[in-house]
Design a binder for this molecule. Structure first.
Ligand SMILES: [Zn+2]
Ligand SMILES: [Zn+2]
Length: 264
């Protein structure tokens, strides 16, 4: 089995068990929890297959083209290899911040991204809950980012390798004590920091966009804390009914958010 896939499965199972042992929010029932995880995972697996089919060849081609033509910001000044890797990592994380922020600020993108926010029980499986169209647009723009930055596939693999456990971790329903969470969020995005982002209150939803490093939210003025993290209610006010949490309802979410679909 692919080493990365093995690690991903190992991580998912580990976090799933930890969420069961030390939950931040108590879940209504084990059966409901499994159903919730299963539905979110259908999107994770589906999106993984779609992007693999559509973008594996094009990504390799684009990265090679940029290398052959000396294109990209990272090729303007030559740093030692390690520094080059660190700069690539930071710039890509900066791109992720802005991509996420655009998804909230541009109505067209929000129509798709809202599906990530309709989850009323955020846990690690929410990290897989993305509309396929959002994933496709993201992958298309990423091709442009690869060329603009002159990013090589090794740097991108390192970023993906680091980002996956962090995304799973900050979506997780693991009860981390507040001082520990507070300490870690000086550096990275923690569960409490991302819980604010999944709050049903729109000013809180439109904050804490960072993916790996929390510094971007502090720099661009979108960092938010709340007094009581346990008082956060997840989801979107108008989409709490069960019909929005089925595979069909989730796929149709953009039509409702866009106002095209009036009834479920
Ligand atoms: Zn968001
Ligand atoms: Zn999220």
């Amino acid at each position: 089995m692919d080493k990365q896939l093995f690690l991903a499965i190992f991580l998912i199972i580990g976090i799933f068990l930890a969420e069961g042992w030390f939950p931040f929010f108590k879940r209504p029932s084990k059966k409901k929890r499994l159903k919730h995880t299963g539905i979110n995972m259908i999107f994770g697996i589906g999106n993984g297959i779609i992007t693999k089919i559509l973008f594996t060849v094009s990504t390799v081609w684009v990265v090679r083209w940029a290398a052959d033509h000396g294109a990209g910001l990272l090729r303007v000044i030559t740093f030692p290899l390690f520094m080059q890797g660190v700069i690539a990592f930071l710039l890509f994380d900066l791109w992720m911040y802005w991509w996420h922020r655009f998804n909230h600020e541009y109505k067209f993108l929000w129509n798709f991204h809202s599906m990530h926010h309709t989850d009323t029980e955020m846990d690690a499986s929410t990290a897989f809950r993305f509309h396929p169209v959002e994933k496709i647009i993201s992958a298309l723009l990423m091709l442009l980012v690869f060329v603009s930055l002159g990013m090589d596939l090794i740097s991108f693999s390192i970023y993906s390798f680091v980002v996956s456990p962090i995304i799973l971790f900050h979506h997780s329903n693991i009860a981390l004590s507040d001082p520990i969470d507070r300490f870690f969020r000086h550096f990275i995005v923690t569960p409490n920091m991302h819980r604010v982002h999944h709050s049903k209150k729109r000013p809180e939803t439109d904050s804490n966009y960072s993916t790996v490093f929390s510094v971007w939210d502090r720099i661009f003025g979108t960092y938010k804390e709340v007094d009581d993290y346990r008082a956060i209610v997840f989801g979107l006010e108008k989409m709490r009914q069960p019909k929005w949490h089925t595979v069909k309802g989730m796929l149709w979410t953009p039509l409702y958010t866009a106002g095209i679909l009036k009834e479920g």
